[in-house]
Design a protein around this ligand. Sequence first.
Ligand code: AMP
Ligand code: MG
Length: 649
Amino acid sequence: MSMNPQSQIRSALEQEQFLKILSREEALARFEAALFPRAVPSEKRKLGDALGVALAEDITAPIDVPPFDRSNVDGFAVRSADLAAAGEGAPRRLTLNGETIHCGIAPRMQVAAGTATPIATGGPLPRGADAVVMVEHTQPAGSDAVDVRRAVSPGQFVSYAGSDIARGEALLRAGTIIGSREIGMLAASGIAEVSVARRPRVAVLSTGDELVQPGLKLRPAAIYDSNGAIVAAAVTENGGDAHFYGAIADDEALLEAAMRQALAENDMLVLSGGTSKGAGDLTHRIIARLGSPGIIAHGVALKPGKPLCLAVCDGKPVVILPGFPTSAMFTFHDIIVPVLRRMAGLPPRTDATVHAKVPVRIASELGRAEFVMVSLVDGSDGLIAYPSGKGSGAITSFAQADGFLRIDALADAMPAGTQAEVTLFTPHVRVPDLVIVGSHCTGLDLVTAPLARAGLTVRSIAVGSLGGLAAAKRGECDLAPIHLFDEKTESYNTPFLSDGLELVPGWRRMQGIVFRRGDARFESRSAPDAVRAALADPACIMVNRNQGAGTRILIDRLLGAARPDGYWNQPKSHNAVAAAVGQHRADWGMTIAPVAHAAGLGFIPLAEEHYDFAVVTARKSRPAVQAFLASLASEESKAALAQAGFRPA
Ligand code: AMP
Ligand code: MG
């Protein structure tokens, strides 16, 4: 189909319209309007394959359950009127009928007045009987009679036909998720096959030249494709049948071929990456060619998730999630899950909420509804919601959070102390037994490992030493790991404690210069000597640390007034320093020995840093805190720490 120039311009203008940012509600409403109503396709499934899917039809009970009046106990089928006068001191003798009713045996003889028929649990009540007397309340009287020492009321120990499920009763409703209990009801009613909503087939596709599949070797400048696996799993969690098509390079022809194939073979297509309006922005142009009406929303006033793109191509939803994993997950759950569940015939997901106090001010961008992942901990007066400190590029901000809170599009911040509503990722709040807020160290994981094995949950929130101290002072955590050097007293940690906190020694971390093995400027030299050699070489680049880090003080002392190339590159962690040196972006920096060794780099020891714990005295007697302190003092932890390159204090 060819277009005249004028309609081409109009079409381009209309495309432009779509590039306008929509509110979250508007985007979702337009997307749903373009997709629904639509029939939920169904398929027949055997009971054994029906677990976890949604029923496509109402089911009416075809039979009574139980199908006959049934004995609940082992005993005798009797006429209650015969036993009206029976008691402990006045047993009533009944003649036994000449049959015994086991399960699965249809009775042949009638229970006439003055008689009883032996019956087993589950046996059908014979004609004439109206109750069952337990065998425990009887005594044999010869081979053909029994003495009964109790009166029975009519219906005693009998389950009547249809008392469990009555024929014609609505057994299960369409939309019910079939679990083991539903399978039980269906099986008891004799139903072997049900009509269920067919899981929508969802193609999942990652885009980006930089992506490598997990399990393969990472090349320089590449990253692992995490979105592919996460999106496929989230599709499955929400009733879809996910089909992963791999990661496609940012090449228009390749991408178009992959998208066309995926769309032809599936009911829905979910891509991630390539949504930022830059050079890699190919997918939108391709979508415009895949079917009508095409793009419904490109740009949603959401944070994270602004570059989200929603499209419908000839009736099938096509979604491009932002590339950053947290943005991708967030938008998927917020905007795509409601649509996917509707297509799958599932009821809307219900999310539990709780109220929690936000301990710190959270800045927010004006004009976009902002969702902030939070971790929940128990405070002295209710729950506290810690914002995840990591950005939308961080996969852990989603995985380690308990839920999220929402900051209105018109607010530029949420003030500290706000009681916020937190939407939970799980049906219930899981408050951890031990809360550690402060500086993170890989050694910490070695000490908390025995707690986890003992069934205690530990939440470790990395906010740095100063943030940890502040949280400990506010009583928001049990302990704060810190490594703060006081220049005045030339000592670690103790000068920073305040009332209500006490210091428990942790371990020592050797800090020193990290370099690539074989570099003659560093190999076999002392630290001051190596720094002199580095400063003498104008081609030598360093990597610094952030202001406020204990390590930074050591670097500044070594450098004096010198400001070599790389001085302003100031990452915030020991690992980032080692990565910069390992990848040749810098030639030297300062990190701790275990990190240098793990990265396979050379190391010149300089000074020991003290990594200790500021314990909140008021919480010290808690069992989880005691368990932590016991683990810290144990020989097992000390050996594990020493093995990892730390020196227990
Ligand atoms: P893009 O939208 O393609 O510009 O991607 C934005 C960011 O997300 C970049 O840092 C990408 O490397 C990253 N990214 C894109 N796709 C994935 C993926 N499948 N897994 C992990 N990160 C991704
Ligand atoms: Mg990309």
